[in-house]
Design a binder for this molecule. Structure first.
Ligand SMILES: [Zn+2]
Length: 254
């Protein structure tokens, strides 16, 4: 009798665990922005050590790209977005809790136009705005791997956990679709978005970008719907040149 009761209890606890795990991402979407921002203060320090700001014109150009994309809609004010370039050859960009977007210098050097950078940023902004970051973080931190990363003593465990977050196919599609709409609203040519991710899918040089933002055959198809609207350049050539030098003078690899 007591054995049966024990089994019933075990079954109930397991069932609750599964229900909680399945419901976590949905719940996380409703975490107040202030709480996400506060959680974000724990992970930001690691990346800040490598932030580039070689010159005032470079920093101004970066802010100019961001201001072109955010804020646009009134509900953009529900989140805060900032962007920084950090040292490292990795061709990648990622967003952390609290709306901090980090772009590796490697991505900046790989991008051929400011429109390509804007395409990646629009996608990242949507991961934040759609609350994918907090959803991923809550799930990651609820697992043993996440806990170990946080308390592992390395200092920037949270940052690394977030860097290794992987998004679902649905989340990627949502970030693409909303990001493309953002580009159109900002009159930024979406061809930059398409070219950058297409090159990534064809080239072995961009594995990092694809591991955190997996490509799928529908990406090009989605981008193809965003054509034929009026566009304006994101940056003047000299502003783009200044931005690509934001990590210092030894950036000129191409
Ligand atoms: Zn993504």
């Amino acid at each position: 009798m007591s054995k049966l009761r024990g089994l019933l209890w075990a079954g109930m606890v397991a069932g609750l665990g599964v229900a909680a795990a399945a419901g976590l991402p949905r719940l996380a979407r409703h975490v107040p922005w202030g709480v996400e921002r506060w959680l974000g203060t724990f992970g930001a320090s690691g990346a800040e050590a490598g932030v580039c700001s070689a010159s005032a014109p470079a920093t101004a150009s970066l802010q100019r790209v961001l201001r072109r994309l955010y804020p646009l809609a009134t509900d953009d004010r529900n989140v805060d977005i900032d962007v920084q370039v950090i040292r490292g050859d990795t061709v990648n960009a990622y967003a952390t809790l609290g709306g901090h977007i980090f772009v590796f210098d490697g991505l900046l050097q790989e991008a051929r136009t400011p429109e390509e950078l804007a395409g990646v940023l629009a996608h990242e902004i949507e991961h934040v705005r759609q609350r994918h970051i907090v959803q991923g973080a809550v799930v990651a931190l609820a697992t043993w791997g996440g806990l170990r990363a946080v308390f592992g003593g390395s200092g920037n465990g949270v940052a690394r956990t977030l860097l290794s977050l992987s998004f679902s196919r649905e989340q990627e599609a949502e970030a693409d679709e909303q990001g493309l709409q953002r580009l159109r609203a900002a009159q930024v040519d979406a061809a930059g978005f398409a070219h950058f991710f297409e090159r990534g899918a064809q080239s072995a040089a961009l594995p990092a970008l694809l591991s955190s933002h997996p490509s799928d055959p529908q990406r090009a198809e989605r981008a193809a719907h965003f054509r034929g609207y009026p566009t304006r350049p994101v940056l003047a050539p000299e502003e783009w040149a200044a931005l690509r030098g934001i990590c210092g003078s030894d950036h000129a690899r191409r």
